[in-house]
Design a protein around this ligand. Structure first.
Ligand SMILES: *Cc1c(COP(=O)(O)O)cnc(C)c1O
Length: 375
């Protein structure tokens, strides 16, 4: 059996090695390392894949979130609502910009924003909502958009874990994750579903004015060379990464299919156990399984975690601490009772190896080890 890994980037690379190596060498020989033709090319390829008017590449997914908030003109004291159960980057940039993060609970079945909690958290100071499409499926965007419209709020979709997922509206129309709100952001971190070979990220919007503002912000606030109209940042995707991403983007739908197939195989394997809740896919979204995350109920999750580690089966707890309990983000405004689901999930979740190169033999071994331990 091939060695088990959370993410097998090497095997994936080996299948595209010739094209990738050639593309990287071409960039090096061109010496157009920054803002070269490959970056423009990726931008256009992604605009067409996502069916969105503007894609603005940047240095990473955290920057993408920060720049999105800067572009919207959010100011100190503005409240930005996001979820308690996500990677810290989402709340980090809110705090960094001196905006006020307001964390809300999630739904236990989808791990995504709870709409009632969202409604309850709105105050006259609320300016934006950041739904996170966690683990690979979209949040309930139609409901989020309704709330946003009613209260005149911006919606920034954190699509770092769900690039390629499709959202279906009640009228049957569909949009790609990240192109539904005012702005979408993503990350090309190597282990993400569309990963480059270093750091990278991007911002999406259909709003021409916002796109213009953001293109300046990513480049030191310059709209004309050496004229700085706004305070900006230096956040660029480099040409080598763009060239690699241009090879991987056409493969993304196939990568998503491979992940869904692996997820279905796991879920079939675990279906007989009443101590394991397998991930569901909400009816308004496809799932691209950035993570395959079980909830262990009626058995000891931590003991399973230790057992898998002893048996060299990679696994991870995403996430072990709710954001509202993290030292950096704790706040006396919060009541534990408002985070009942997240407080439970951190004790029950466990994520298994999930990537495009998983083999059934590997999955059988993982499934059997878990079932034998949990009984
Ligand atoms: C990975 C991730 C980010 C940050 O992306 P980086 O490219 O690592 O900065 C932001 N939000 C979520 C939900 C993520 O999973």
């Amino acid at each position: 059996m091939k060695k088990l890994q959370m993410v097998d980037l090497k095997s994936q690379y080996e299948k595209i090695q010739t094209q990738v190596n050639e593309a990287v060498i071409n960039v090096i020989q061109s010496t157009a390392f920054i803002n070269g033709p490959e970056v423009k090319g990726l931008q256009e390829d992604m605009e067409s894949y996502l069916d969105v008017k503007h894609v603005i590449p940047c240095a990473n997914g955290t920057d993408a979130l920060q720049i999105a908030m800067m572009g919207l003109g959010l100011e100190q004291g503005d409240e930005v609502i996001t979820v308690d159960f996500t990677f810290a980057a989402t709340v980090e940039v809110i705090a960094l910009l001196k905006l006020t993060p307001v964390l809300v609970d999630v739904d236990a079945d989808t791990f995504n924003i709870n709409i009632e909690a969202l409604k309850k958290a709105i105050t006259p100071k609320t300016k934006a909502i950041v739904p996170v499409h966690l683990f690979g499926q979209c949040a309930n965007m139609e409901a989020v958009l309704e709330v946003a419209k009613e209260h005149n709020l911006f919606v920034i979709e954190d699509t770092a874990q769900a690039i390629g997922a499709d959202y279906t509206f009640k009228d049957g129309s569909t949009k790609k994750a990240g192109t539904i709100g005012n702005i979408g952001t993503t990350s090309f971190f190597p282990s993400k579903n569309l990963g480059c070979y270093g750091d990278g990220g991007a911002i999406f919007t259909n709003d021409d004015d916002l796109a213009h503002i953001i293109r300046g912000i990513v480049n030191h606030g310059m709209y004309k060379r050496y004229y700085h109209d706004v305070v900006g940042v230096n956040s660029r995707l480099d040409s080598v990464q763009a060239a690699i991403l241009r090879i991987k983007l056409p493969l993304l739908d196939g990568y998503c299919d491979a992940r869904r197939k692996a997820a279905a195989y796991y879920s079939a394997g675990f279906s007989a156990s009443d101590k394991i809740i397998t991930p569901i896919t909400a009816d308004y979204t496809t799932h691209v399984f950035h993570q395959y995350t079980l909830q262990i109920v009626g058995a000891d999750r931590d003991a399973l975690h230790a057992h898998l580690n002893e048996n060299n089966i990679p696994n991870a707890i995403y996430y072990p601490v709710p954001l509202h309990s993290q030292k950096a983000y704790a706040d006396e405004r919060y009541n534990e009772g408002d985070f009942a689901v997240t407080n439970q999930l951190i004790k029950t979740v466990i994520s298994l190896p999930m990537h495009t190169e998983l083999e059934e033999e590997q999955q059988d071994y993982i499934i059997n080890t878990i079932l034998n331990f949990i009984k």
